[in-house]
Design a protein around this ligand. Structure first.
Ligand SMILES: [Fe+2]
Length: 200
């Protein structure tokens, strides 16, 4: 499996141990957050990545992160949207190893898919770069990629985002997932995820 960095974990994904009683409220907060911020961003309704750093309007999400001892390590909240007519190419998120993804809009029938393949020194297409930081992502040569795993985006998951991956959709409706990033990341010295974050 191609690894962009030596520190890249060996695992691809784990179901997230989100509190089932909190999840509906967390999703409600994230929907509101997305809808109230999208007009101010540069981002059209397309396949793109945008990022925010203040989640004070999402108190239930904060409560979940505190239960996990992760709120002090919270670094950023991204929204990853997919329009079926604009392919989001396989890429690595260059300086991050893992993310917590939570479904927000129309994630049923959509997946995160991982690939082995050859990376090129190319950036994401312009339409996918919602903000400046997305410029550091690196994409794969589509002719070389081979699927090595996938998980259902309608279920909250921890994802390895330093192995080539992309969001895939099987429907033509606009889809949005939230993706949380942490620094330091909740990984041990073997780059395994903290066990209490994984749903058994
Ligand atoms: Fe990514």
């Amino acid at each position: 499996m191609y690894k962009f960095k030596d520190s890249t974990p060996d695992w691809l994904y784990h179901p997230a141990n989100l509190d089932d009683n909190l999840l509906p409220q967390i999703q409600k907060e994230l929907k509101k957050f997305f809808l109230s911020n999208k007009n101010q961003s540069l981002v059209p309704m397309t396949s793109t990545y945008i990022e925010y750093y203040d989640i004070k309007t999402c108190p239930t999400l904060i409560q979940q992160l505190e239960q996990w001892d992760l709120y002090t390590k919270f670094w950023g909240l991204a929204f990853i949207s997919v329009d079926s007519t604009k392919i989001f190419p396989p890429h690595v998120d260059a300086d991050v190893d893992c993310a917590l993804n939570i479904p927000v809009f129309k994630c049923e029938g959509t997946y995160t898919v991982w690939y082995d393949g050859v990376i090129t020194d190319n950036e994401l297409p312009d339409y996918a770069k919602g903000i400046k930081i997305a410029e550091i992502s690196r994409i794969a040569d589509p002719k070389t990629v081979k699927e090595i795993g996938r998980c259902d985006s309608s279920v909250p998951h921890w994802l390895n985002i330093n192995v080539l991956h992309r969001p895939e959709t099987t429907h033509d409706r606009f889809r949005v997932a939230a993706s949380l990033r942490f620094n330091p990341e909740p990984l041990n010295e073997k780059r395994e995820l903290w066990p209490h974050l994984i749903k058994q």
